[in-house]
Ligand binder design. Structure first.
Ligand code: AMP
Length: 380
């Protein structure tokens, strides 16, 4: 099936060709006609499935057929959990907007940078991509009103709720017109997402791309049972011995992330941190270096790693296990995408072993576990 049969405006079809998108992904095949038809959509799909273009393209199509100039307030609101994702979503909009004759204005707003330029820019915006906290700040400052929103997108809804944005999301929902189109995208359909689904979706088209266990298929999972104090040497052993060139390491806190990076640097392994305590510019720079292969190891907390979109990330290492099986899936889902198998390695302390058993049970897979303490880690 090509994009032509999905009902998109010719201008968008042309832009898709220029971008080299020859075939719609499974989620796009279903989401695009549904969004054009103004239906509500529940998309269970993770990053890498093409879900962003799955809603961006039909939203732009709808602008093409109903010119944006008649609105003085944003009519489309995309809520996302992180600054990085806000930037990426806006980027996808910007890729396709120039091809249109009726060009809506798209702006991404998120915290961590000065609010003033955002306050100035927000006046003439048609499509607003926002993290919940900064959006509420802008509303409190009377910089924007949501009373003309006709399409709401909640992207990575599971992450948004896991991160404790529930209250903010509720406050935002209360400010929207009740008659509107709702598009909910989530990697998983947990209890929280189920609740939001009931709250906002009206007879939605449900699109489920893959069962969660299937989603992990192209990933070689491996665990090392290792004492806490040997995790550092084991990490360096895995990187050096395995000659790993591009590794994403997860840790639980910003403190831990910084500690791991310092140790790696001391051992002459090029590494950098990405977490919420760093400024936006530093984060963008680090992410860019990592994406382009100039940075060997990126150490991140869950929150910040969510927005990292790299097609062929070969290896993910869990320095510590995440709290929930859902987060484990999100973390390892960073690797092995696009038919290129990747490695997901977990360093598991004896105290974490029971928790890892729970994670495996939830995923319905058994992960091979090797003894890290028996490796000769001298010199690492
Ligand atoms: P997403 O799941 O939205 O984060 O998209 C993952 C990646 O797939 C992005 O880099 C997109 O540019 C790319 N992509 C999305 N749709 C298509 C398509 N139909 N053909 C080729 N690449 C695509």
């Amino acid at each position: 099936m090509s994009f032509t049969s999905l009902g998109l405006a010719p201008a968008l079809l042309k832009a898709l060709e220029t971008e080299g998108y020859s075939q719609p992904t499974p989620i796009q095949k279903q989401a695009i006609p549904a969004v054009i038809a103004k239906k509500d959509v529940l998309g269970i799909a993770k990053t890498g499935s093409g879900k962003t273009a799955g809603y961006v393209l039909p939203i732009l199509h709808n602008f093409q057929t109903a010119p944006p100039s008649q609105y003085r307030e944003p009519t489309v609101l995309v809520l996302v959990p992180t600054r990085e994702l806000a930037g990426q979503v806006r980027q996808v909009f910007q890729t396709f907007i120039p091809s249109l004759t009726n060009r809506p204005i798209c702006l991404a707003v998120s915290g961590g940078v000065s609010i003033n330029p955002q306050m100035q820019a927000i006046g003439k915006v048609n499509i607003l991509v926002a993290t919940p906290g900064r959006l509420l700040e802008l509303i409190e400052k009377n910089a924007v009103r949501l009373s003309s929103i006709s399409t709401l997108v909640l992207d990575e809804a599971d992450k948004m709720l896991n991160l404790g944005f529930r209250e903010e999301v509720d406050r935002i929902l209360a400010l929207l017109p009740t008659a509107r189109q709702n598009l909910l995208f989530s990697a998983t359909l947990g209890e929280d997402v189920g609740l939001i689904r009931q709250l906002i979706l009206n007879d939605p088209q449900v699109i489920k791309i893959a069962e969660e266990p299937e989603a992990t298929d192209p990933i070689n999972q491996l665990g090392y049972l290792v004492s806490e104090e040997k995790k550092g040497p084991l990490l360096r052993y895995l990187i050096k011995h395995g000659d790993l060139k591009q590794v994403l390491v997860f840790a639980s806190s910003t403190l831990k992330v910084d500690g791991i990076v310092n140790k790696l640097l001391k051992n002459r392994i090029h590494a950098a941190a990405i977490h919420s305590k760093l400024g936006q510019q530093a984060r963008n720079f680090t992410l860019q270096q990592f994406k382009s292969g100039q940075l060997r190891v990126l150490v991140a907390t869950d929150l910040l790693a969510r927005g990292i979109d790299i097609e062929f990330l070969p290896c993910v290492i869990n320095y510590e296990l995440p709290r929930s099986p859902k987060d484990y899936l999100h973390r390892i889902g960073r690797t092995g995408r696009a038919e290129s198998p990747g490695d997901a390695i977990s360093l598991i302390s004896p105290e974490e072993m029971d928790h890892f058993k729970v994670i495996q049970k939830k995923m319905g897979t058994r992960v091979k576990i090797l003894s890290g303490d028996q490796l000769d880690l001298q010199g690492y």
